[in-house]
Design a protein around this ligand. Structure first.
Ligand code: SAM
Length: 274
């Protein structure tokens, strides 16, 4: 369908691709436009982006299940939450602990509109529009401070978001500010595009090519080294099995198989604040 044939909500710029909508298309969603689909298709030509996105969501679900059941986390802040999809954080958490609270944060106003439409059905979730590059504003937002109890452990989720923060925007400093605000016993979990470097030249080359496609079309999309990504956890203690490809993190029966490239092009982990 051409963009001109689609209904475009007022105020929405569909002349340029947008991260949330490209990702939505990659996950098989319907909240996207022709320009987003073109960029998604370009990314599919250089890496198995679709399998990667599904693997990322499966990993996210396992992390949330782990945090609720094994770590006793009953409140979450999900930054760069994306457009609502299947298996949203509150749905996974509520299946185990109906009183769990989730604040969704994204800088894309379309996420707010769509999330509100869905979240209207529950009073255990909130959603705000804010930018991870200004973490202080998220931490002092009255919705966040009023809804979450900062005297009890919190699960901070940074899934597929820090690779959309450029080196100049200081992702390490952003992660530190967020970590510092969490009470003891909290967890930080994240997923991130990965460049395996000299350990695997074939996939390092693929990472460079994919980074080029994302950067040229979306402005961001960094494939970082393991050490760069590890730094985001600071002195938090990584839970087993550490920072690994998605499929290695506490695999669950029925999760999607990952193509070999995605064993090298993305990693994730969860860590606890002492
Ligand atoms: N976290 C979800 C997941 O892993 O399935 C969605 C990831 S999606 C690839 C990245 C999301 O981060 C998009 O919804 C995008 O709008 C959002 N995002 C990108 N840059 C952001 C920023 N500076 N601040 C807040 N959100 C941002």
């Amino acid at each position: 369908m051409a963009a001109s044939d689609e209904r475009v909500p007022a105020g929405l710029d569909i002349s340029r691709p947008n991260i949330a909508r490209v990702y939505d298309y990659t996950l098989g969603g319907k909240d996207n436009f022709a320009i987003d689909r073109q960029v998604a298709e370009l990314s599919h030509q250089v890496m198995p982006a679709e399998a990667g996105a599904r693997g990322n969501r499966a990993f996210l679900r396992r992390v949330v299940r782990y945090l609720v059941t094994e770590a006793g986390i009953h409140q979450f802040i999900d930054i760069g939450s994306g457009l609502p999809t299947q298996g949203n954080v509150h749905e996974v958490a509520h299946a185990i602990e109906p009183s769990a609270r989730v604040v969704y944060v994204d800088n894309d106003p379309m996420v707010l509109v769509h999330a509100r439409a869905i979240l209207g059905r529950t009073d255990a979730t909130e959603v705000i529009t804010a930018d991870v590059r200004r973490p202080e504003e998220i931490l002092s937002d009255p919705t966040v401070t009023g809804f979450l109890d900062f005297d009890r452990p919190i699960g901070l989720l940074l899934f597929a978001i820090l690779h959309h923060v450029t080196d100049e925007e200081d992702p390490e400093g952003i992660a530190r500010t967020l970590r510092d605000a969490l009470p003891p016993g909290s967890y930080m979990a994240l997923s991130h595009f990965h460049n395996p470097g000299g350990a695997n030249p074939r996939y390092a080359a693929m990472a460079v090519e994919a980074e080029k496609v994302f950067s040229e079309n979306l402005g961001t999309g960094r494939f970082r080294t393991r050490d760069e990504i590890l730094a985001y956890f600071g002195d938090f203690g990584l839970v087993e099995p550490g920072l690994v490809p998605y499929h290695e993190w506490r695999p669950a029966f029925g999760d999607p198989q990952l193509p070999e490239a995605m064993h090298h092009l993305a990693v994730g982990g969860a860590a606890r604040k002492k």
